[in-house]
Design a protein around this ligand. Structure first.
Ligand code: KG4
Ligand code: ZN
Length: 356
């Protein structure tokens, strides 16, 4: 049995959690998130400087809350963990410095976690989710990737977006439609009352050099442009934009393209289990379509619990506990933060000489 205090401040959510592992089962003992969404919404996206300042203000209270809620002290925990990459450098610094200071002060090991490893680990919070091998569709505001997890440590990226991430496409199209930030939830709400078949939108493809297309890669920039043209045309044709139908048609085509390419990849690689994680995995249409299509192809699906799809610290705690359970070396207190770092090289975060 082991438990960890985990911190997350890579973008616009400040979060702290205490997670416990017992016999391979993970329990979230407490999880708190302070969202800055309303503040950033005024600017139509995340303002890095504001994000860092708000993290500094919010994190100490969140840490006190999760400790109070569980009645534990940091000295009773097995480790302190924090996200150190990828994300906004100034924002990442808040959890990283706080986590390392607490670890040093209470003489606990420190684990520097890769944010995407956290998203991948979020599926362990589903009751009875089987361990790898599986194919992960990771869809967030910054990433759209198909990752073949052969075992807990071995991961190969088989597909990715060549331009916008799926969440970014939701956010940009929401802005185009005059909806709030973040765009995903706003589009989902509007789409519920719309016709998903009204507009025929493109499923972006990436050409291969020798001809044909990359079967597991994505492109959302063409779809974004198609939406822009469609909105401009509709504005000249009528006074009121059919916002519900536009949102529903956009959401439908994104869900279809994500599901089709994931299934194709799973079938080609003979992987029978699919895992769906990341902020966009909160999308109801995507969750439903993935379940339906996988089932009719004889595949099983595990989807991260709704509350752990968007950024949170519980998933960072699970990733850290997984590292502890396999006897992974702990991270150096000298480690800094990095806006980018490949997921395939996340084990470098636990080396004696830190990579950044
Ligand atoms: O994982 P996340 O919280 O942060 C990153 O690591 O990027 O993902 C945030 C993204 C945003 O782009 C947001 O619009 C999208 O996830 N999102 C959704 C939904 N909820 C959040 N997209 C579609 N439908 C949703 N219900
Ligand atoms: Zn995230």
């Amino acid at each position: 049995m082991a438990s960890v205090l985990a911190l997350e401040t890579s973008c616009d959510e400040s979060a702290a959690a205490i997670v416990r592992e017992r016999g391979g089962v993970f329990d979230v003992l407490a999880s708190r998130i302070a969202s800055q969404v309303e503040e950033h919404a005024r600017w139509g996206g995340v303002v890095p400087e504001i994000a860092s300042r708000r993290h500094v203000e919010a994190l100490p209270t969140l840490i006190s809350s999760v400790l109070d809620e569980t009645g534990l002290t940091i000295g009773q925990l097995d480790a302190v963990a924090a996200t150190v990459t990828p994300g906004l450098a100034g924002a990442l610094m808040v959890a990283s410095v706080t986590g390392r200071s607490l670890a040093a002060l209470h003489q606990r090991p420190f684990l520097a976690v890769h944010h995407l490893e956290g998203h991948l680990a979020s599926v362990r919070l589903v009751d009875g989710a089987p361990p790898p091998p599986y194919l992960v569709l990771l869809v967030s505001g910054g990433h759209t990737e198909l990752i073949h997890a052969e075992s807990s440590g071995a991961m190969t990226r088989l597909g990715r977006s060549h331009d916008d991430a799926a969440g970014e496409a939701f956010d940009k199209v929401a802005r185009l439609l005059g909806l709030g930030y973040p765009g995903g939830p706003a589009i989902q709400k509007l789409a519920a009352g719309g016709d998903p078949c009204r507009f025929n939108l493109p499923k972006g493809r990436i050409s291969k050099r020798g001809g044909g297309f990359h079967p597991y890669d994505f492109s959302f920039s063409g779809l974004k442009t198609a939406m822009l043209r469609l909105v401009e045309k509709l504005k000249t044709d009528s006074e009121r934009l059919p916002l519900e139908d536009l949102a529903a048609s956009f959401e439908q085509v994104v869900a279809e393209v994500l599901v089709e390419r994931t299934l194709r990849c799973a079938l080609d690689y003979s992987v029978s289990h699919i895992v769906l994680v990341g902020g966009v995995a909160a999308n109801a249409r995507l969750r439903q379509l993935m379940q339906q299509q996988a089932q009719s192809n004889g595949l099983t699906v595990s989807i991260a619990p709704l509350e752990y799809c968007t950024d949170n610290a519980a998933m960072i705690g699970v990733a850290a506990l997984q590292k502890l359970s396999i006897g992974q070396r702990i991270s150096s207190l000298e480690i800094g933060v990095s806006p980018r770092w490949p997921l395939e090289r996340c084990n470098a975060l636990y080396e004696t000489a830190p990579p950044f």
